[in-house]
Design a protein. Sequence first.
Length: 296
Amino acid sequence: MRHFNNLGYYIREGFFSIFTHGLMSFAAVCMIICCLLIMGSFSLVAVNLDEMLGRYEAENEFLAYIDDSYDQDQARALEEQIRAVPNVADATFVTDAEAMEEYAAKQEETELFQSLPDGVLRDRYRIHVSDLSKLEETVAAVEAIPGVAKTSSAPEIAEGFTVIRNIASGVAMILVAILLLISLFIITNTIKIATFNRRDEIAIMKMCGATNAFVRWPFVFEGMILGLVGSLLSYFFQWGIYDLIKRAVDNSDTMQLITVLPFELLSMRVLGVFLITGFIIGVGGSLMAIRKFLQV
């Protein structure tokens, strides 16, 4: 309860220390902003890449061609078996006539196909998978169904999507860990310098009976304020940079395959992560610094 009664004093002392060591505080906030911006940028890239690859994954499909000896009724009867295969999300039956129409529509000179007889192409199933990383085993399971003559898939593309996503997520996690350590180091040294500069004042306070907790709390609030200020400024900078990049991508004719999520969909998560990270960096760095210098 005593700490709550002294809350106003702790906050005032925290702000006083920040402005007393203005240059160091400014440097600490700038470093927090830089670290959070780098961390946030890589994380947002990973989120957008995961969303984009996830969309391609949802659209990914392979074809299962039906044996020529099966009529359409027999071919349609295979749908239940195909849907029962693990990892099959959806299966759509396409007749040979529909396949011909789709193929002809993609050609520039469709009149070349008008004289072709029906049945040139096989009946087939267009099959969507749930997990792109399991495409090969899903294709093998479908090929094993009696009545499926062969399949057409591109497992190397699926593997490429999976590898890219895993690499992006891994790099983001590593960078987050490294930058958190760097930020903690900066805050810790900033508070260490503050305690060193106030060593005479701290000694007088302790001789007058001040407890270690009473001496420590202003430094904790100083670190917390620095962390929260840095995280809020980082959030607004991140918002502006993200919107600039999104507009550039949306207005570019050479980046039509790239889609960037609106920041509004991510804003609350970004703000929450930045505030929590700033709080942890500020308070954690302060506790690490004063624990050593005050011999607690």
